[in-house]
Design a binder for this molecule. Structure first.
Ligand SMILES: Cc1cc2nc3c(=O)[nH]c(=O)nc-3n(C[C@H](O)[C@H](O)[C@H](O)COP(=O)(O)OP(=O)(O)OC[C@H]3O[C@@H](n4cnc5c(N)ncnc54)[C@H](O)[C@@H]3O)c2cc1C
Length: 811
């Protein structure tokens, strides 16, 4: 074994081998892979080997497409067969709702460049005669689906990496990891110690244990998973003989099963509701080549439905049942990227579909390590998307929920119940008593909307406008016509202080830092000029800044902030988490309301738009920002959690005769659409530049030095490829949700980032990205947006429908 390497990848499953190969492909050849036993000896060897592009997140779906396309390249480079069967696959819908979901997936596939088509049940039966047509309302064909040989594929990755110079050490368990003072890692193994600049945790079934070696508890859990292999089936033999090719794969949503041909029979796997975690606390180090005891009773309910839907399967004998463990994160997507607080320690784990995702994970991680950025949008699988609230028992509950819903539809207004409530503010019970329907926002219960007396506080899940519609409308009108109050505890909040704070923030952010008592809005860019953050920054004192951002991105941003901290101690960084909570009041009467709660002068001249003040509000020591995301006159009032209840009660009583209403996240998102305001994670993501996103006025190119300045200058000079635009949409009973294709002159030219109903302006609204050259096409109905399979006319809004001059915010 070498004594030093640039990268030590721990784990020789399909993921570790893919990372190793991609590192060599990106130009780093002084890299090693360390494997406890043999290649594939974790979950990889007993995989069913299926691959497909279907994923709830379009960016992950794209990476799956990349993975599937890679196998030909691997075979070509190495001469090692991956055992590919590119048979295509059918997704079978048994209800109109599932068919609507497929229509959405099909529409999205158009702009992802994936090849899908929608079929009637009889067309589906033509392709897969095993199905009982009467149980289905339609299907989608995905041409990219297929299956492969897990062993051959893993070895092909390994061989390609070795051909480029990588080394692989088998039978070499890593037993400890220690960080040296120079930032490198000592990787201690039973065969000696190797010093590495970077370590990658691709430990699969043992990823938790490898994480614990550096003092972290990763949110990952293995589940038992069963599939059965049938005896030879006459129906399969006949089909192969007649058609000269294999049967396509199938996913049956109702039965929660997947199927594919295996030799002259079929493989049938289930994601059963009565699912069982495996080794919930610690994975035994001596686990390897063995399988788990099958438990057919557990999967019997799925099999019963499957046998009705595919009668030939009921007649087939079962040759063998495989029960093996593999890992999941709470949302089912991988955990990839650098770990906050552990520089040089990277994750490539919780990959539940190694043969659909392994290539994409390897590509993203290698680019991230070599170039400092994954090169595309990997937010949906970034390890930083989880916070400290994702504990082991939380993970256990969520993974079981996710597993048992693997093929279930998640409706856009559906909040999943497992592991909730996890975090609550002091107002939780008060909000529930006021009729709040709660949602989960980064582990925190947050009011979505309020059911008035007599209305059940519950969402009816749907792709269409639902039961919350009139009540969210009432909240929006309440804000626009008088005043509303909402909880904003779910924002991210940081304090950045010290003599170096201004210089530090100025280098990270595109905008000039504010004067004391003032606020600026500012994007944050990576060196390639792409958006990696969007913040509100207030200056409390010359050396003290308060920073607000997206709650979901807190660990993602902390990772970036820490990586850029000067090492002279001149900057202090603090994440408040729930140590600072808030309430926002918004609407034309919000000033009157604030004035009743404080003896400070809050007139329009004393407390101007974008002012920040420390003041007593309702006896509570508070910090007030004169900003609101509603686009109306409004204030954010920030207090320590012990004051939140008092503050709320005083707002309620002082606001009664002003027409005060509660409003939740759904009303807030609707109100911001009326102002064409973008939101982080939807419109603002690391695939867009600041000018493309229309954030021009928050980028101060006059500043001599900030990260991404060169790229931003170039983008401004060329105008950027894309442009964020807002649309008014001729919708009927379903609004745009996000990820729908945008059509222009009969072609798909862009995609939607978010949408909904603008209740005050009474229009269906959307935002999305289109080529810059089309952004001037302001003709009525010049565009179409595909909603649930229907193309609806859409027109660009050149200015916000609500208060285009911004007078209300400034009044
Ligand atoms: C029954 C079943 C069916 C499946 N079907 C499919 C399918 O059809 N399609 C699909 O895409 N996926 C399928 N999967 C999932 C697939 O197997 C996983 O996504 C994939 O194996 C994950 O690979 P990995 O490299 O992350 O982990 P693993 O395969 O678990 O590899 C991790 C490796 O790390 C090594 N390791 C761990 N700790 C150390 C250490 N300290 N020192 C040295 N080495 C270490 C282990 O020995 C192991 O070899 C299935 C899984 C099961 C169980």
């Amino acid at each position: 074994m070498k004594s030093h390497t640039r990268v030590a990848v721990i784990g020789g499953g399909v993921v570790g081998c893919s990372v190793l190969y991609h590192l060599t492909k990106a130009g780093w050849t002084d890299v090693v892979l360390i494997e406890r036993d043999q290649l594939t000896s974790g979950s990889t060897w007993h995989a069913a080997g299926g691959f497909h592009t279907l994923n709830g997140d379009p960016n992950v779906a794209k990476l799956q497409g990349y993975t599937i396309g890679l196998y030909d390249e691997l075979e070509r480079i190495t001469g090692q067969s991956c055992g590919l069967h590119r048979s295509g696959g059918l997704l079978l819908a048994d209800t109109p709702e599932r068919m609507e979901w497929l229509k959405m997936a099909h529409a999205r596939a158009r702009y992802l460049g994936l090849e899908t088509s929608l079929l009637t049940p009889s067309e589906a039966k033509q392709l897969l005669p095993l199905i009982e047509e009467k149980y289905f309302v339609g299907a989608m064909l995905d041409a990219a689906d297929g299956n492969l040989d897990p062993y051959g594929t893993t070895h092909a990755y390994a061989k390609a990496a070795k051909m480029a110079g990588a080394e692989i050490y088998l039978k070499t368990p890593v037993t400890a990891l220690a960080r040296r003072s120079n930032g490198t890692w000592d990787v201690v193994t039973t065969e000696g110690t190797i010093n590495a600049e970077h370590v990658v945790n691709a430990g699969g079934l043992w990823a938790r244990e490898v994480g614990r070696m550096v003092g972290i508890e990763l949110p990952v859990l293995a589940m038992e998973h069963m599939y059965l292999v049938t005896d030879d089936m006459p129906e399969v033999i006949e089909f192969n003989r007649e058609r000269g090719h294999e049967l396509p794969h199938a996913i049956d949503f109702k039965a929660e099963i997947y199927m594919r041909q295996e030799r002259k029979g079929m493989v049938l796997g289930t994601y059963e509701r009565a699912c069982v975690p495996w080794s919930p606390r610690t994975t035994p180090w001596d686990f390897g080549a063995q399988l788990l005891e099958p438990d057919i009773d557990r999967i019997a309910p799925s099999l019963e439905i499957g046998y009705e839907h595919f009668p030939a399967m009921a007649r087939a004998g079962i040759r063998r049942v495989v029960n093996g463990p593999f890992t999941f994160s709470p949302d089912g997507n991988p955990l990839v990227g650098p770990v906050q607080g552990r520089p040089g320690f990277w994750c490539a784990c919780a990959v539940m579909a190694g043969f659909s995702q392994g290539g994409g994970v390897g590509l993203a991680l290698s680019q991230w390590m070599v170039n400092g950025d994954p090169g595309f949008d990997v937010w949906a699988m970034d390890v930083a998307r989880y916070g400290p609230w994702a504990t082991r028992s939380y993970t256990n509950e969520k993974v079981r929920e996710n597993y048992s819903r693997r093929f279930s539809i998640r409706f856009p207004n559906e909040e999943l119940p497992a592991a909730r409530p996890q975090q609550t503010t002091a107002l939780y019970d008060v909000m529930l008593a006021a009729g709040a329907v709660m949602g989960d926002s980064w582990g925190l219960e947050t009011p979505l909307w309020f059911a008035p007396p007599g209305v059940e506080p519950r969402d009816v899940v749907s792709f269409h406008r639902s039961n919350d519609f009139p009540h969210v409308k009432a909240e929006c009108l309440g804000v626009r016509n008088a005043v509303g109050v909402t909880e904003i505890a779910n924002f991210a909040k940081y304090e950045i202080s010290g003599p170096g704070a201004e210089g530090y923030l100025s280098r990270l952010m595109t905008n000039r830092m504010p004067k004391v008592g003032r606020i600026v809005l500012t994007p944050m860019l990576n060196p390639a000029g792409k958006l990696i953050g969007d913040f509100t920054i207030a200056r409390a004192t010359p050396e003290r800044f308060l920073v607000w951002g997206s709650s979901q991105a807190q660990i993602y941003h902390m990772r970036w902030f820490e990586a850029h901290l000067p090492d002279d101690g001149s900057v202090r960084l603090h994440r408040f988490d729930m140590g600072l909570v808030g309430l926002s009041i918004a609407g034309p009467r919000s000033r009157e309301l604030l004035a009743r709660l404080t003896d400070e002068d809050v007139s329009g001249t004393a407390l101007r738009f974008m002012d920040h003040r420390a003041m007593d509000v309702a006896n509570c020591p508070a910090r007030v920002n004169r900003v609101t995301y509603t686009g109306d006159l409004g204030y954010e009032i920030w207090v320590a959690p012990e004051y939140q209840r008092r503050l709320y009660e005083k707002i309620r009583s002082a606001g009664q005769d002003l027409g005060l209403v509660h409003f939740g996240m759904r009303a807030l998102l609707s109100l911001r659409l009326e102002k064409n305001f973008p939101t982080w994670y939807r419109e603002l993501r690391p695939i867009y530049g600041a000018f493309e996103a229309g954030l021009d006025r928050f980028v101060d190119l006059g500043k001599p030095d900030f990260i991404g300045r060169e790229a931003a200058l170039a983008e401004k000079a060329t105008g950027g490829k894309l442009r964020r635009v807002s649309f008014a949409v001729d919708a009927s009973d379903a609004d745009v949700l996000g990820d729908e294709p945008i059509w222009h002159a009969g072609k798909v030219i862009g995609w939607i980032t978010s949408g909904g109903y603008g209740h005050y302006v009474d229009r269906s609204l959307a935002q999305g990205y289109i080529p810059t050259s089309l952004a001037e096409d302001l003709r009525q109905g010049a565009f179409e947006i595909e909603i649930l399979g229907d193309r609806r006319n859409a027109s660009i809004l050149s200015e916000p429908l609500f208060d285009p001059a911004g007078a209300r915010m400034r009044m």
